[in-house]
Design a protein around this ligand. Structure first.
Ligand code: DX5
Ligand code: ZN
Length: 213
């Protein structure tokens, strides 16, 4: 895969105007909309749940890239799958020894499965799962909030994932991504970039998206 997938995070959109703000990124050329789900336990913030994914699914055909930053993701995978998610990514730190089961659970709904690691987790810890998933998401900030600064050390983990990946694996990065940090990640082998504040905070969203390619 050579093309870069751009996935603006709707965490930085206007929650009172989500339909409009998803249409804006789609019209500006974004392939995916990244949906950040936080439970106030796995991360210290609470955002949105499956009903919002369901509502968005009715008004857009953009790929919905759902990032679960929650404890016990297996409890909520059915809701998010039935709501119309295209990708469901959960955190290895939330599942540990039940990781393989959760991957299989997501796939059983006929959708794509992703596995994510936080900044302090080494890529070696998820080695056995790389061949099982469609996507690996490397966090380049501590998950929980948009608008934080990119952590360069985290981006280096992309190299390890790339070395152990099959050709069609999507390697996604999330946190502090802009044109400059996105370039660093692409050089290491990332082919999907999440960007929240950089895209939605821009006065020219189309230009911001194009600058990430
Ligand atoms: C952070 C979320 C990110 C966040 C990225 O916990 O997973 O998706 O929205 O925001 P920016 O691009 O502003 O760092
Ligand atoms: Zn995210």
């Amino acid at each position: 895969m050579t093309e870069t997938i751009i996935a603006p995070s709707i965490l930085s959109a206007d929650f009172a105007n989500l339909e409009r703000d998803v249409k804006i990124i789609k019209d500006a050329g974004a392939e995916w909309a990244h949906v950040d789900v936080m439970d106030g336990h796995f991360v210290p913030n609470i955002t949105i749940g499956a009903p919002v994914v369901k509502a968005l699914r009715k008004v857009t055909d953009i790929v919905l890239d759902v990032h679960l930053m929650i404890e016990n993701p297996e409890k909520y995978v059915p809701d998010f799958a039935k709501a119309g998610s295209d990708y469901i990514t959960f955190h290895y730190e939330a599942t540990k020894e039940k990781t393989a089961e959760v991957i299989e659970q997501i796939k059983s709904f006929g959708i794509k499965a992703g596995l994510s690691i936080k900044p302090k987790t080494k890529p070696e810890e998820i080695k056995d799962y790389i061949s099982m998933v469609d996507l690996i998401l490397i966090m380049t900030v501590e998950p929980g909030f948009g608008g934080q600064s990119f952590m360069p050390d985290c981006a280096e983990k992309i190299k390890y994932i790339k070395q152990h990946a099959k050709d069609d694996l999507i390697i996604e990065v999330d946190g502090g991504i802009n044109a400059e940090t996105g370039m660093v990640c692409k050089k290491y082998g990332a082919n999907a970039l999440v960007a929240g504040s950089y895209v939605y905070g821009s006065s020219d969203i189309k230009k911001a998206i194009e600058s990430l390619r």
